[in-house]
Write a protein that binds this ligand. Structure first.
Ligand code: G3H
Ligand code: 13P
Ligand code: NA
Ligand code: ZN
Length: 307
């Protein structure tokens, strides 16, 4: 059943985090639903702009509606990931989305406030909630000076002002993570100090962590052993999901890890079955492996058993 994102956040706040998983095709959808049913976890399906245009936005919506019918016990929200203003309006008007993200974080503060406020107004009229973003994810290098490094992180006072002025329902914070397979170098990790300061300024307010894939080394090793070349990658320690949840992070975004499962399964399959050309062979393995991965993440997020 598709439910408002707000309802999921209220249940999770301070106790566990919802896994927010991106999907692009039916195999990801099947693995995701199976994994969440098996682990008895509520969850969030995220659809990016790229996912909407991969085939046709109606295709993904139809896949999700079908999965909802196939798995009537599933409890989930449908969320636009990293929306721009126009895409956010399109999703709000479609009536299909539980929540939208407006990502105007690359604009100066005042502009970010203005754009976010407009989207919040439109969304709230339709009972849809809005995730906004403040601060800059990604590209943080260890050799960058401390001042510059901190400048990318979300400022707690600004976060407070931003939330009050925009009326957004949750806030994606830059706390040291970045998108993709190359997140940290050396001893870098999630900035729990910064997260704690943000929560102190916004007690009870749902925070969101982007760039949360763990990029498991054994997964990368298997991909590389099967012809891949993913070198020097590093992700978030998944044992830090629950400590982040205790500090108000209600939604933890995981996309890259699922792509790694897909890549490993397909590379190994075609390496081991060079004469094979039935796409359903690796497709079946992927769905089972992705479901297994989802179960393991939901356990670490604390969402397992919360249905
Ligand atoms: O943060 C981005 C998500 O991983 C979605 O990626 O825009 O390539 O679909 P995408
Ligand atoms: P990862 O690249 O770490 O999976 O992050 C995904 C994300 O933040 C989607 O919005
Ligand atoms: Na998002
Ligand atoms: Zn993101």
């Amino acid at each position: 059943m598709i439910v408002p994102t707000k309802v999921l956040f209220e249940h999770a706040y301070g106790k566990y985090a919802l896994g927010a998983y991106n999907i692009n095709n039916l195999e990801q959808a099947m693995g995701l639903f199976r994994g969440c049913i098996e682990s008895q976890a509520p969850f969030i399906i995220q659809i990016s702009k790229g996912a909407r245009s991969y085939t046709d936005k109606r295709m993904l919506e139809a896949i999700i509606r079908a999965a909802d019918e196939i798995f009537p016990e599933a409890l989930f929200a449908v969320h636009l990931d990293h929306g721009d203003e126009q895409t956010a309006y399109d999703c709000i008007e479609s009536g299909f989305y539980s929540s939208v993200m407006i990502d105007a974080s690359h604009h100066p503060f005042e502009e970010n406030v203005e754009i976010t406020r407009r989207v919040v107004e439109a969304a709230h009229r339709r009972g849809i909630s809005v995730e906004a973003e403040l601060g800059m994810l990604g590209g943080v290098e260890e050799d960058v000076k401390v001042d510059e490094k901190n400048a990318c992180l979300t400022d707690p006072d600004e976060a407070y002002e931003f939330v009050k002025r925009t009326g957004c329902d949750s806030l994606a914070c830059a706390i040291g993570t970045s998108h993709g397979a190359y997140k940290f170098s050396g001893s870098q990790t999630i900035r729990f100090d910064r997260l704690a300061e943000i929560q102190k300024r916004l007690p009870g307010f749902p925070l969101v962590m982007h760039g949360s894939s763990s990029v498991p080394q054994e997964e990368v090793d298997r991909i590389n052993a099967a012809g891949g070349c993913i070198k020097g990658s590093k992700g978030v320690d998944p044992n830090q999901y629950l400590p982040a949840a205790k500090l108000g992070v209600c939604k933890i975004n995981i996309d890259t890890d699922g792509r790694l499962v897909w890549t490993r399964v397909h590379r190994e399959y075609f390496r081991d079955h060079p004469a094979e050309f039935d796409l359903r062979g690796p497709g079946k393995i992927f769905m089972a492996e992705y479901a297994k991965f989802i179960v393991s993440r939901n356990q670490l997020l604390g969402s397992a058993g919360q249905l």
